[in-house]
Design a protein around this ligand. Structure first.
Ligand code: GLN
Length: 489
């Protein structure tokens, strides 16, 4: 049962093969058995989960079930969840029980999904390895000496080790796609504005976007159907009519299901900087795509190389502003001893934030300060525009862009922890997508020395359904996404 896809579990619940209470208990037992080795969940509350499952079963018995009713899911601990600890991986929120639900959680609750627990993450989503969490590093189920990627590393490790059938993540510069790639999963970062950010603790508001992490594109579509939608409480939420993200998946499969699809291969993704074994697997995946009927065209994203420097100005600038709310006054951590109000702010923030968060606040404050604003922040915003224009030009030549998700497979815990620049470069292929606000997806495309690698698909604005279909067609003819790590029986 536990190795079934979300869509198969939906069917099992519908056919009364299993109840939600039984299914939830199965996963809770697995979490109890394996979480110590992985550190994927920071909070589990079996009583709450089982109560939700029971309500889901009652709802089904009353004939009021919707597709995800009774499906247990892991929630990244960045989503405010009423009555649950919501820590964002930080000591600053180590004691914060949210008084309200994020819109994404509200949507899952409304459909009757079950919260299995809250997953570990890099502190305030700042990181690419899940090592910056106040609650300790998450281990990659494919090799527990290695990182699962970040910042949604807990969600990815949980799904990879079959501690949850699927999970939520958030992606500011790659945090859904990069851990998906390192843990052999499928993860989708939607177009900016498709999933509400209300109640999703802000890191860099103009880049942050929530999305699903699951085993297959089909499962990602199911989750996105619940997560997406206009929300008047998020001023950057887009007012569009609801979509069925699974709509292209159900079509019958002709021999060449992707005939006519033009895949753009940017020279910048296939130059140096990527591990040769990852490049090899990506190249093989593209061969597979040609067999599915797609054509490839060489394209260029000339400003791509500026994306990491521009991101590390813009994201810290926004973070420094967003994180100013954590002052120890109304909620969160407060230093136990202080002299006066200013001292209370200073000590609470000094003690409550970890080193990476402080580094970003310092950089962000610096680039926004008088005299430096034009030189750094404004310049980075101009680069951002150039990057977005590169993509607009590229999508005149192709329908979807492909390349590696991450320049390497999972690295060792501690390997890059003392070198922030090396760590920042692990998002070199994902960050431009956030700067442009585009949708991006990572899917499993093979293994190098036993470690999974990811193929990245980037689409034009609002092309989620197409990206999911392009991924799905590959998953119909390959079984990389159905491989599981050993040792988690
Ligand atoms: N690794 C990038 C950062 O540290 C992206 C993280 C994310 O997408 N949340 O900012």
């Amino acid at each position: 049962m536990i190795s079934r896809s979300v869509s198969a579990l939906v069917q099992a619940l519908a056919e009364r093969e299993i109840s939600s209470v039984e299914l939830t208990q199965l996963y809770l037992d697995r979490i109890a058995r394996h979480n110590l080795a992985l550190n994927a969940f920071v909070t589990v509350d079996p009583e709450k989960s089982l109560a939700q499952a029971k309500r889901a079963d009652e709802r089904r018995a009353a004939g009021q079930a919707t597709p995800l009713t009774g499906i247990p899911l892991a929630q990244k601990d960045i989503f405010c969840t009423q009555g649950w600890l919501t820590t964002c991986g930080s000591k600053m929120l180590g004691n914060f029980v949210s008084p309200y639900d994020a819109t994404v959680i509200e949507h899952f609750n409304a459909t009757g999904a079950v919260i299995l627990g809250k997953t570990n993450m890099d502190e305030f989503a700042m990181g690419s390895s899940n090592e910056t969490s106040h609650f300790g590093a998450v281990k990659n189920p494919w090799d527990t000496a290695r990182v699962p990627g970040g910042s949604s590393g807990g969600s990815a490790a949980a799904v990879a080790a079959l501690l949850a059938p699927a999970a939520t993540g958030t992606d500011t510069g790659g945090s859904i796609r990069q851990p998906a790639s390192m843990c052999n999963l499928t993860g989708l970062k939607p177009t900016y504005g498709v999933v509400s950010r209300y109640g999703m603790i802000a890191y860099a508001s103009s880049l942050d976007q929530g999305g699903p992490i699951a085993r297959s594109a089909e499962d990602c579509a199911l989750l996105l159907n619940t997560m997406a939608g206009f929300d008047e409480r998020d001023s950057t939420s887009l007012e569009r009519s609801r979509e069925d993200y699974s709509r292209e998946l159900s079509a019958r499969t002709p021999e060449k299901p992707l005939a006519g699809l033009k895949i753009g291969l940017p020279g910048e993704f296939f130059g140096e900087g990527c591990a040769p074994e990852v490049m090899q697997l990506v190249a093989e995946a593209i061969v597979e795509y040609r067999k599915l009927g797609a054509e490839t065209v060489d394209i260029s994203l000339p400003n791509m190389k500026l994306s990491v420097p521009a991101y590390y100005v813009i994201a810290p600038a926004e973070a420094s502003s967003n994180l100013s709310r954590f002052d120890g006054v109304r909620y969160g951590y407060r230093a136990p001893e202080y002299d006066d109000l200013d001292d209370m702010y200073a000590r609470s923030r000094a003690q409550g934030f970890g080193a990476e968060v402080k580094r970003r606040i310092l950089i962000g404050t610096y680039v926004l300060s008088h005299g430096y604003y034009d030189a750094y922040y404004l310049q980075a915003q101009r680069i951002r525009r150039l990057i977005a224009n590169d993509f607009i030009a590229a999508f005149k030549q192709c329908d979807v862009i492909m390349g590696p998700t991450s320049p390497s497979t999972a690295f060792r815990i501690g390997e890059k922890a003392s070198d922030p620049v090396q760590m920042y470069l692990s998002d070199i292929y994902t960050i431009a997508v956030n700067l442009a606000g585009l949708p991006g997806l990572s899917l499993p495309c093979g293994f190098a020395s036993g470690l999974p690698a990811g193929l990245q698909l980037i689409g034009d604005y609002f092309s989620e359904a197409r990206l999911l279909n392009v991924a799905h067609r590959y998953q119909q003819v390959t079984d990389w996404h159905q491989q599981y790590p050993a040792g988690f029986d």
